[in-house]
Write a protein that binds this ligand. Structure first.
Ligand SMILES: Nc1ncnc2c1ncn2[C@@H]1O[C@H](COP(=O)(O)OP(=O)(O)O)[C@@H](O)[C@H]1O
Ligand SMILES: [Mg+2]
Length: 282
């Protein structure tokens, strides 16, 4: 496996400027390897440590103990931080906090400008990035005129214009309406499938997590499940125990099983749910 991000026995608590502890242990012995080109969803209820893990993965925070490696680079080494940030882009929940310019294309150019890339190359990257997120026609608009989903796609364009190998998105759809969520999810899938960018998507939406290759479930600072979506979402009791929803198909099969039918929770989508029920009559 070609590992891009690696957390190895990471413990973390927050501290103030004097180094005094301001939180309990927020991550407790977390180990995780993210493969190059993969699409991983991270699920977990509020306070389970998802955002903290994301901030550790691009060197915004460093572990209390244990190590975080980005393409083999230790995030504790301050000389490597510039390189690490170039490899791993972050997209946050609120697009308004990420947009800095008053014209869409200037906003997208901001990241590559900071990397010191030459102007002709910036022009090319900005156009490519705006086309990739389907916002090219809006390149001269003011971000304030855009919908939430459009703003978030501009924020994503700003990251991909820096040509990262990996993007970590921390609940990027949490503030969007259903249409905005669909647009942003389509963009995220495209980045992964067509551009081969490694994606780590933090979300609390099941329907988003099922689109990933792998689902990591966090609870109370620990990773409690790590498997393909089909395996994670067919364990309704475990998900419910940590306060997460279950896909409707899995929930229906669970109820039928509890009502006495000889059925196991084997499906996370409607079509396979229908198959599972029809098999009872076969
Ligand atoms: N800056 C901070 N200072 C102190 N505690 C924090 C800070 N940020 C987060 N926490 C605490 O760390 C825990 C994990 O938070 P977070 O990583 O944001 O979880 P999630 O993203 O899963 O909601 C929570 O208990 C939260 O209160
Ligand atoms: Mg969070």
């Amino acid at each position: 496996m070609n590992v891009q991000l690696k957390a190895d026995h990471v413990w973390f608590h927050y501290t103030d400027e004097e180094g005094n502890r301001t939180s309990d242990d927020v991550l407790k012995d977390v180990s995780l390897e993210i493969e190059k080109g993969s699409f991983t969803a991270v699920l977990g209820h509020n306070g389970s440590g998802k955002s903290t893990l994301a901030r550790l993965m691009n060197g915004i925070l460093v572990p209390g103990s244990g190590t975080v490696l980005v393409e083999g680079m230790d995030t504790r080494d301050e000389d490597l931080l510039y390189d690490i940030r170039r490899h791993v882009g972050m997209v946050f929940q609120n697009p308004d906090n990420q947009i800095v310019a008053t014209i869409v294309e200037e906003d997208v150019a901001f990241g590559p400008e900071n990397l010191g890339i030459d102007p002709a190359e910036i022009r090319r990257r900005v156009d490519d990035a705006l086309r990739a997120v389907d916002m090219y026609d809006y390149r001269l608009h003011a971000p304030s005129q855009l919908s939430g989903g459009q703003k978030q796609r501009v924020a994503i364009a700003g990251i991909i214009a820096m040509r990262p190998d990996c993007i970590i998105l921390d609940e990027p759809t949490a503030m969007l309406d259903p249409r905005g969520r669909r647009e942003v999810m389509k963009t995220i899938r495209m980045l992964n499938r067509e551009f081969g960018i490694t994606v780590v998507l933090i979300t609390h939406y099941m329907d988003e997590a099922v689109q990933a290759d792998r689902v990591v479930v966090m609870d109370d600072g620990k990773i409690i499940l790590d498997n393909v979506p089909q395996a994670v979402f067919t364990k309704p009791e475990l998900l419910q125990a940590v306060g997460l929803d279950v896909p409707q198909a899995a929930e229906l099969l669970q109820s039928l099983g509890e009502a006495g039918l000889p059925i196991t929770v084997s499906a996370i989508d409607e079509a396979s749910c229908v198959d599972a029920i029809m098999n009872l009559f076969a």
